[in-house]
Design a protein around this ligand. Sequence first.
Ligand SMILES: Cc1cc2nc3c(=O)[nH]c(=O)nc-3n(C[C@H](O)[C@H](O)[C@H](O)COP(=O)(O)O)c2cc1C
Length: 201
Amino acid sequence: MPPTAAEYAARQEIPVAQVQSRAPRPTIVGPDTLEQPFPIYLVGPVQKGFGRGGKDLGCPTANLPDDSITPISSVAKTGVYYGYAQVLPPQDHLSDFHNADLKVLPMVMSLGWNPFYKNKVLTAEIHIMHNFKSDFYGYEMRAVVLGYIRPELDYISREALIEDIEIDKQVALNCLQRPAYQIYANDSHFQIPESEFKASM
Ligand SMILES: Cc1cc2nc3c(=O)[nH]c(=O)nc-3n(C[C@H](O)[C@H](O)[C@H](O)COP(=O)(O)O)c2cc1C
């Protein structure tokens, strides 16, 4: 059993990124039904990261504060994961928030030290696969992590990282198509079930 992300953090040790492999990647990963430790539920206010995801990688990420990532960092190794996420504005901002931005949406998440950028602290960065029309920093984000895609890697170039993130997104979408995973879009962890949205759109 590899060390969890929290075990590395407690030892103040940053895991060595695995050497990048450019071998063709599978388009779907993991079993057809969920395996332990999934599902993992996360909730917390969206924090700003360094902003490189949006600027450098064309992949903006919403970060969760340290105390919100314990449910995953205490049981899982570092790496790239997939699942669903939802952003919930406070009641008094609800009317300014676009309806489509409230949906339960597919997401990919990077848990670790971003070896390409050599971060010094453990972060969980969620990229929600949706073109948000509203700003949501400080708003509550709820997520359910359903599966693991790959380890975090170092890359010889930004382009190589971008290319792998694009593949991660496609892999995540394929994985979420499986019925045992799809049902989590309607999980009670989310406030407005996907089915209600479909009906109201
Ligand atoms: C799906 C996904 C996969 C990622 N994979 C890696 C990776 O393998 N190696 C790495 O160094 N960073 C990886 N990242 C993290 C990005 O480097 C990080 O999101 C970026 O630095 C933005 O962070 P910032 O907004 O705090 O600057 C990944 C991010 C996402 C969303």
